[in-house]
Write a protein that binds this ligand. Structure first.
Ligand code: 9MR
Length: 356
């Protein structure tokens, strides 16, 4: 009996040590004067004490990487699935973090039953969207701080709307405006974002988005922010990023860097479309990435007026968990923590950018 008790104590001590090693770097959100967040995948996250400890230490905002999308909220026509979202709410409330809602309408997370039904009966889609947004945003009114109302509504490359989506095909570009109006009706205080990728570097795409944003502002469509996903690459020129950030900030809207990571390799934005120019992360590359993170944070702080700084959110904060490897099927090291959950120079770069 004694031996067993001793063993149990040893195991408990060991697991306590493993789960909470001392964190020796400064806390990002404590140094920042705007919210700093990360995305997490709730099911893995809740079973991972070390990642949770780091998350609680560094961040005061949380986005779920997948759990709040339509294919998770309404996988079938039979009803809503709130369980994991409620867990995210409980977690953020317990740890005094902001919960960000990603996302309401996205071509890529529209469940197949919705596509099928809209094809059979186009009249149905608008009413469905209204009910979905009213129910969902209404349920988390005052709890979810802000929403990506429409995600990636513009074409992958160049000018114009994304047309390969049931929303555009059925309702025309007006689906975007409708989604904002429905979200605002459900929670008039929620901060409502249009969110997209490559808008910091593809000027045609950025300009298309800006035409829409300015039109919304002129007509009183309730948009409150622009989300730059900011999945960038080491060689994206700072001048281009600064230019787009400046134009976006001139709207007076909130600016969220909503899915930040910085890669070395290249890809063509399609699943499996990665090109591995780099197979190993050298010391030189780590330092270059540190500099790029610092410059990104500096640009955000210098260009976006403080009252418009909604915050910076990482899209996973460890190389172990990055979506880049899975989606593009290639190696890369885009984040601030390495595969062993050790801080990288990139983390110091981010802190330097916050301090300078
Ligand atoms: O990183 C997310 C991944 O875990 C999900 O499986 C995937 C589908 O829901 O979405 C990924 O996140 C995407 C985000 O929602 C929108 N911008 C691009 C992100 C990476 O694909």
């Amino acid at each position: 009996m004694k031996i067993y008790s001793l063993l149990l104590i040893c195991i408990l001590c060991l697991s306590a040590c493993v789960s909470t090693p001392p964190i020796t770097v400064e806390s990002l959100h404590e140094v920042a004067d705007f919210p700093v967040g990360t995305s997490v995948r709730m099911n893995e996250f809740k079973k991972d004490p070390l990642t949770r400890a780091l998350q609680q230490y560094h961040f005061d905002s949380l986005t779920t990487g997948s759990d709040m999308k339509m294919h998770k909220v309404m996988p079938t026509e039979n009803g809503y699935y709130w369980k994991v979202i409620d867990e995210a709410v409980a977690y953020t409330q317990k740890h005094e973090q902001r919960l960000f809602g990603h996302n309401l309408i996205w071509h890529s997370s529209t469940p197949s039953w919705v596509v099928k039904k809209a094809r059979q009966n186009p009249q149905w889609l608008d009413g469905f969207m209204k009910e979905y947004i009213h129910t969902y945003v209404g349920r988390y009114k005052g709890v979810v701080d802000g929403w990506d109302v429409v995600n990636e509504g513009f074409a992958t490359k160049g000018a114009g709307y994304r047309t390969d989506t049931i929303w555009y095909q059925t309702l025309g570009p007006e689906y975007i405006e409708k989604a904002f109006r429905y979200a605002h009706e459900a929670d008039p205080d929620a901060i409502l974002f249009y969110n997209d990728f490559n808008i910091e570097r593809d000027l045609e795409k950025f300009n298309s988005m800006m035409v829409m944003v300015k039109d919304f502002q002129a007509r009183g469509v309730p948009i409150s922010g622009i989300g730059f996903q900011m999945h960038i690459r080491m060689d994206i020129p700072n001048e281009v990023i600064a230019h787009t950030l400046k134009q976006a900030a001139a709207t007076g809207l909130q600016i969220h860097l909503s899915e930040v990571d910085i890669i070395f390799n290249t890809h063509d934005d399609s699943r499996g479309g990665g090109i591995e120019n780099h197979r190993q992360l050298t010391e030189e590359m780590k330092l270059a990435q540190k500099k790029k993170y610092k410059e990104l944070v500096q640009m955000y702080r210098e260009i976006v007026p403080s009252e418009q700084q909604y915050g910076i959110t990482f899209w996973s904060f460890t190389d172990r968990d990055t979506w880049i490897r899975r989606f593009f099927n290639m190696i890369d090291w885009p984040t601030i923590y390495d595969d062993d959950l050790k801080p990288k120079p990139a983390l110091d770069g981010f802190l330097d950018g916050l301090r300078d």
